[in-house]
Structures are given as structure tokens and as C-alpha cells.
Design a protein around this ligand. Structure first.
Ligand code: DHB
Length: 483
């Protein structure tokens, strides 16, 4: 733990000022019993306390979203557990940068995407405290037509939720110095951003304005599944799926795609990313980096785990993969998959989004709305798309650059390196997830790795958007890194 003790919480005394309203009441719970199936299919009976916190800020804009729930295990399979010092999973349920409310929930969210056990429930059954925060999102609009959930509202709210927990050190169950956040897609982006931007002064005025507790918002660890981050460069990351057809078989505009790709080469050079075995990551070796570091190991894990006959059938149906039996990197005997970038792209097939994928020319993407402001629902946030529509002398609105920094974890890891960031990272992405470029998570992982952080990154072979194929491993990882 590199988080300063002095920054983490204020003891059990209630502070004066805005934070006075924010004391957690340890007695305000309802107890219930939940049967939780673990990843091995074993059912556990978990008795837990469920706390509803009406708002994690003293001056909520909309408490329907700015509230949180806390779940604390007290008995697991008949044995009493004490979660006083347990890690806290801060599981956001954000998708699409949309508003996310937990206000009507009467218990922990027990089932996950695809019908399995939720990450939260698995964490509860492992003896951890689970906090589910709501947050404002991009579509919220008040009676006078003002958008009040656009950037940076969602990250400000999540930070306020962290501050609430930190402020309540000793009152709220769990170890507030072991907050591990999780989220998927936009929620994964926010989780990564929460991890990267801990205690950044850039958010201070926004946090003050809603009466957030005056304490640390740094977290210990961040888990991010298919994080939709680096929005202002994600259109340029076009290099990845650029040649793939859209769902109906059409190609994207080759001029647009080509211009964006060319810009990405320059952007990459400015990032100065490095990776072991590759030196500087450039437009020339980024495909090889992804292949060798993430994609071939992903296919190798997938194929090595298959029964021989199934592996043979998969390889026969996918001749772009060269399978070398035995000699797994690291000394295993399972074999090794190798393939070309072009072979991989053909295998993935249709791309989900047109070009540009994020800053749409017609302002119709979720991200255009995310960067709306006041009564303006949607805005451009890249010069490329803005100038495509409005001519070469057009300028981004003056507030846009600062808002991009507030929303982009890479800003806090590169240009404005944050030493109070989380130092433990769990990054996951499906190899068939074309919601954004595969290099978006790849760059995040490469940067964190070269910073010396503890980074566990894996791509799930042939998996699409939102996949989580090793939820049990994540819960174990929380225990390991928190210990
Ligand atoms: C999500 C997916 C997207 O493709 C995107 O651009 C933003 C968010 C999501 O699933 O949360």
C-alpha cells in the first residue's frame, strides 16, 4: 500500500462542515440471506447486512444517482465472518456512459451479465465488503433543458463515493485502504479512470460543488473489462479494425479511415510507450506487440485448454492459426498458437462501428452526448471531426480539452503522471470486441507495466464485448493483492 495513511480517512469522529452529513450509520441495515453459486458451481449460503446510503455527497444534484449501497457478509455457510478488515469491492454498474442508479435496489445485484453469478456476489461470498455506487450519466436533463450528467459528472460522482468510504474509515465495514473498483465497458473506463486519477487536484472544484467529503479519493486497485477509454484518440485507433467490413458488408470511408490512421502514428509517437521486447511502440510494431503480448497467448490458452479433438476441429476450421504442440512459453507442454495480423483480422470479421467511431460527424454517438454541456446535448471533442463538419478554422469549445483530461485515464498516466494512482490493475478484453481498438486496452496495459505497476492483463479468445471469463480469478486476485 503506497497510499499515505494520513490521507486515508479521518477516524471515527464526525467532521464539521459539508462532511457532517456524511457519517455512515453502522446500525442502519437490513439483514438477509442469499444463496450464491461460486464459479465452481458450489452454492454458498451468505447472510449479509445491506445498507442503503441515501447520498454519498452533502449537496446532491440528484440523489437518485448519487447514492450507494453497502453489502457486508456476516455468515458464510454457517460460519460467522468478520469483514471489518476485508477489501472493499466498489462495483459500478455503468454502461454506455448512461445514468446508473442503485436507489431502488433492495439487495446486492446477484446475477451478472449472461445470467451467471455477479462479480459482486462472488466477492461477498469470498468475505469482502461490496459497495455499489450509482452515478449521474450523459442523458440526464433537467426541467430547463440543461444536461447535468455529461462529463465529468460520472467520474466526479464515483470519486465522491470513494471519498464517502474513506471519510467513514472505522465506521463503514471493510478496509478503506483496500478499495478495489470494477466496471465493464464505460464502467471499465470509469474504473480505470478512478484508479489512474486518485487524489488529482483537477476534480476538486467539481467535488466541492456537490459537497463531497474532504478527504482522499485514491483507490488501491482497479479492474477494467473492455474499457472504452482514450476517447479523443480512439477514432485514430482506427488502424486496428480499419480494413474490416461493417456488419452489412460495407467498408468504411477509406479516406476518413486512412486520415485517422495516419494521425494515430503521430499520436503514438507522442505517447512514448514502451514494451519489453519491442522498445518504443510505434505504428509499425503495434500489431506485432498485440499479437505477441496478448493475442497469441490468448489463443494459446484457449486452445491448450480444449480436449484434443476439439482443438483439432478448431484448428481445422481456422487454418490461419499455426499450432506448435508442446513448448508453451513458460515451459508448459500445451503447445503454442501463432498467426499473422491479417489472418487475425479476417477471423474477427465485421467491425461494429463506422469511422469515426467515437466523435461522430453527425454528433450521434454516446460520446458526443458525453461531451455535451448546458442545453447542448452533444458536441465534437476532436478537431478532426469538428473540422470535417465546420471547416479547417473551426476550434473546439474552450472547455473541451480540460474535460477530456478529466475523462481520460491516459492523461493521468502519461502527460500528468499521478503518483497516487492505484498500483494494482486487472485488465480484460475479448479478442472479438470491436467496440474500440484492441490497442486502447493494450496501451493502458503497456503504460502501467512500464511504470512498474502490478498489472494482470489478459485477452479472452474469441470473446465479444463485455465478456468476463475468469470472474473467480478476479475475486482471488483481490485477496492476493490486498493481503
Ligand atoms: C459502451 C460501449 C460502447 O461501444 C461505447 O462507445 C461506450 C460505452 C458500453 O457498453 O458501456
Amino acid at each position: 500500500d503506497r497510499r499515505p495513511e494520513s490521507a486515508a480517512g479521518t477516524g471515527t469522529g464526525v467532521e464539521a462542515g459539508a462532511s457532517a452529513d456524511l457519517a455512515f450509520d453502522p446500525d442502519a441495515y437490513a439483514e438477509s440471506t442469499l444463496t450464491i453459486q461460486d464459479t465452481g458451481g458450489v452454492a454458498h449460503e451468505v447472510v449479509y447486512r445491506f445498507y442503503k446510503v441515501a447520498s454519498y455527497v452533502a449537496e446532491p444534484v440528484d440523489a437518485t444517482y448519487q447514492s450507494l449501497n453497502v453489502s457486508v457478509p456476516v455468515r458464510i455457510d454457517g460460519t460467522a465472518v468478520d469483514a471489518t478488515g476485508a477489501p472493499i469491492l466498489l462495483a459500478n454498474g455503468i454502461g454506455g456512459y448512461m445514468p446508473s442508479s442503485v436507489a431502488d435496489n433492495t439487495g446486492i445485484v446477484a446475477s451478472g451479465m449472461g445470467g451467471g453469478t455477479s462479480r459482486q456476489a462472488l466477492a461477498l461470498a469470498a468475505g469482502y465488503v461490496v459497495v455499489e455506487p450509482g452515478a449521474r450519466g450523459r442523458t440526464l436533463v433537467d426541467a430547463s433543458g440543461v444536461y447535468y450528467g455529461t462529463a465529468p459528472a460520472v467520474i466526479v460522482d464515483l470519486k465522491a463515493a470513494v471519498r464517502y468510504l474513506t471519510f467513514n474509515k472505522g465506521r463503514v465495514p471493510g478496509d478503506v485502504r483496500r478499495i478495489v473498483s470494477s466496471g465493464v465497458s464505460a464502467g471499465g473506463a470509469l474504473s480505470a479512470l478512478l484508479g489512474a486519477s486518485g487524489d488529482s487536484p483537477l476534480y476538486e472544484p467539481y467535488l466541492k460543488a456537490i459537497g463531497a467529503a474532504d478527504t482522499s479519493d485514491a483507490i488501491f486497485a482497479a479492474g477494467a473489462w473492455c474499457p472504452i477509454i482514450d476517447l479523443e484518440h480512439a477514432d485514430m485507433a482506427e488502424w486496428c479494425w480499419g480494413d474490416n467490413p461493417l456488419g452489412g458488408g460495407a467498408q468504411v470511408d477509406p479516406t476518413v479511415s486512412g486520415e485517422l490512421r495516419a494521425a494515430y502514428a503521430e499520436h503514438l509517437a507522442s505517447l512514448g510507450l514502451r514494451a519489453k521486447g519491442f522498445g518504443a511502440l510505434t505504428a509499425r510494431n503495434l500489431d506485432a506487440f498485440l499479437l505477441r503480448t496478448h493475442l497469441e497467448p490468448s489463443a494459446t490458452r484457449y486452445l491448450a485448454a480444449l480436449p484434443d479433438a476439439d482443438r483439432a476441429a478448431y484448428l481445422a476450421a481456422n487454418p490461419f492459426i499455426t499450432w506448435t504442440p508442446g513448448g508453451t512459453p513458460g515451459g508448459g507442454s500445451g503447445g503454442r498458437a501463432a498467426f499473422s495480423w491479417d489472418g487475425f483480422l479476417t477471423h474477427v470479421g465485421a467491425r461494429k462501428k463506422n469511422a469515426p467511431s467515437f466523435d461522430g460527424f453527425t454528433l450521434a454517438t454516446p460520446e458526443n452526448n458525453l461531451f455535451g454541456t448546458g442545453t447542448t446535448k452533444a458536441r465534437h471533442f476532436t478537431l478532426y471531426s469538428l473540422r470535417h463538419e465546420s471547416g479547417d478554422s473551426a476550434r473546439l469549445d474552450a472547455d473541451i480539452p480540460a474535460k477530456l483530461d478529466l475523462m481520460n485515464p491516459m492523461h493521468h498516466l502519461v502527460e500528468n503522471l499521478n503518483h497516487n494512482r492505484a498500483k494494482h490493475w486487472w485488465i480484460r478484453l475479448g479478442t472479438k470486441d470491436t467496440d474500440t481498438s484492441l490497442s486502447i486496452a493494450g496501451n493502458l496495459s503497456a503504460r502501467l507495466t512500464s511504470l512498474g505497476d502490478d498489472v494482470d492483463t489478459a485477452y479472452y479468445w474469441d470473446a465479444g464485448h463485455g465478456a468476463d471469463q475468469d470472474p473467480g480469478a478476479f475475486v482471488e486476485w483481490i485477496g492476493e493483492v490486498s493481503g
